[in-house]
Each structure stands twice: as C-alpha cells, then as structure tokens.
Design a protein. Structure first.
Length: 109
C-alpha cells in the first residue's frame, strides 16, 4: 500500500518536472542581439521531434497509477503488483531518458 502511494506521488512529480521551464535557449539574431527562450523538457522534446518519448512516459505512468489504485482498493493479485512494479520502474527510466535527451537537444532557428 505504501509503495502504491509513493508510485502515484513519484509519477505526479515526473509530470510537474517535465512541465517546468528549466532550460534556457539562446540564439543570435541578425541585428547582433541575442534572443532568449525559457523552455520545459516537453518544449525541447517538441523541438527535437521526439514527442513519442513523452507518450511512452504517459503510458507507463498511467499503467503504474491505475495498478496502484487497484492495489489500494483491495486487489491483492500478485500479477497486479508485478505490473505496478514494472510500470513504475519503466516510468522512472523513461523520465531519465527524456531528461538526458532534452539536455542534449539544441534548437536551430
């Protein structure tokens, strides 16, 4: 039960972090000035045309949250617990992959 609550909280934190504007992009303009954009990891995924990574993150998080809710409701099936564990680990791994991918993305203007 505690792992189910932690799983739901961790997946919510993942989505919050993916929407925070933590990256700064700078590009020189023709007049010599520099334009600055603040972007979230999701914005950078959009620029890199890697939106499918976010969809995988949503899939793993949804499976993890749904199975956590099923366990909290009272389903004690071992298969559900294994699926929750795998989905939570997959969600964490996908979050790390997204953060690494977005840190290495450089927009071209």
């Amino acid at each position: 039960m505690v792992f189910s609550i932690i799983s739901i909280i961790v997946n919510a934190i993942f989505f919050v972090v993916l929407n925070l504007e933590i990256y700064t992009d700078r590009a020189p303009l023709a007049d010599g000035s520099v334009r600055e954009w603040h972007r979230s990891p999701l914005g950078r995924l959009e620029i890199a045309d890697e939106r499918h990574l976010f969809y995988l993150q949503i899939l793993f998080a949804a499976v993890s949250i749904i199975t956590s809710i099923l366990i909290m409701v009272g389903i004690k099936n071992n298969v559900v617990k294994i699926i929750r564990l795998i989905a939570t680990i997959a969600s964490a791994v996908m979050f790390i992959i997204i953060m690494v991918t977005t840190s290495n993305t450089h927009a071209k203007y």
